[in-house]
Design a protein around this ligand. Structure first.
Ligand SMILES: C[S@@+](CC[C@H](N)C(=O)[O-])C[C@H]1O[C@@H](n2cnc3c(N)ncnc32)[C@H](O)[C@@H]1O
Length: 289
């Protein structure tokens, strides 16, 4: 997919007229989700750059790799193998996406997860992938669906409007961000009240079942310049940031936390100084180790 570099004339260079029209429509829909103060330029690779080509120095070895073309290519292959071996539940299922919804994939990488989200929300829905890395976004654009939009942007300062999405996810991203709380706060900001969030990160090893893989993963994560989370660390953070219905599940060294943002009623009562009446719920499961 190639976007012609003109704000008015965004078009793709392949296949049928109907596909061109739907892709143009998804860019128009994407533009409506952008914050008013954000300017963007279309790129010849097929994503919109909201950072005006700004380069962000990678905070560690892993992110340095993901910002290179070779690293992006290697990650895309490895991710497919890992996903087929580990059989994590589909992110779309876990977010309980419905046709017509809008979902944002923060740190979308080569778009392997984003395409699944786009398929789940169907032609009337929109899946938006945001990433810092141009090579990753270029790969994502190569497998983009007509109902997918791709943005170059920073997880800690998302270019999207408040409450513009029904759900958001960040798989294998937050551990790379030097300010993880800012990234989580941004995810919460862009989701509608009562909307769903999913965050997947490597977690510190727990239990004897991880005796071999645990320490290796821990060392690898730290060598890569990433931050491993304790199994409860992420849930506690989301709780402190006002999320509800928090469920965490650990499979081997991978921790998945699902949560919901406060409903409109809860936000109102907390902003007026009253305590929430929803009765917060939080649960933690340790999966197969
Ligand atoms: C390990 S890959 C995960 C990609 C994808 N979420 C997946 O599960 O396959 C991490 C991605 O997060 C992106 N990333 C890291 N820090 C980011 C930030 N501050 N803002 C946006 N993207 C970021 C990287 O560029 C990379 O594409």
């Amino acid at each position: 997919m190639r976007i012609v570099p003109s704000r008015e004339m965004v078009a793709v260079d392949h296949s049928s007229e109907s596909e061109k029209i739907s892709t143009r429509a998804s860019v128009e829909r994407l533009e409506k989700l952008l914050r008013r103060d954000v300017t963007w330029v279309p790129t010849s690779s097929g994503y919109l750059d909201t950072m005006a080509g700004e380069t962000v120095p990678p905070p560690g070895r892993a992110q340095a790799a993901w910002q290179s073309s070779l690293g992006a290519a290697m990650y895309q292959r490895a991710q497919r193998v890992m996903a087929s071996l580990q059989r994590f539940g589909s992110v779309a299922d876990q977010l309980q996406l419905r046709p017509g919804q809008t979902v944002v994939d923060v740190g979308c990488g080569p778009g392997n997860v984003t395409t699944g989200l786009a398929d789940a929300v169907g032609p009337h829905g929109l899946a938006v992938g945001v990433d810092l890395s141009a090579p990753m976004l270029t790969r994502a654009a190569q497998q983009a669906r007509p109902n997918m939009g791709l943005l170059r942007g920073n997880a800690t300062n998302l270019p999207l409007r408040d409450h513009c999405a029904d759900a958001t996810c960040a798989t294998l991203v937050i551990m790379l961000v030097p300010e993880p709380v800012d990234a989580l706060r941004e995810m919460i900001r862009i989701v509608a009240p009562g909307g769903r969030l999913l965050v997947m990160v490597p977690a510190l090893s727990v239990g004897s079942g991880n005796a071999v893989t645990g320490p290796i993963t821990d060392r690898f994560v730290r060598f890569a310049g990433a931050r491993p989370f304790t199994p409860d660390g992420l849930s506690l953070l989301l709780d402190r940031l006002g999320c509800d219905h928090i469920h965490s599940h650990q499979q081997c060294n991978m921790l998945t936390v699902r949560a919901r943002t406060a409903s409109a009623r809860d936000s109102k009562s907390s902003s007026s100084g009253k305590s929430s009446s929803s009765g917060k719920s939080s649960s933690s499961e340790q999966g197969s180790k």
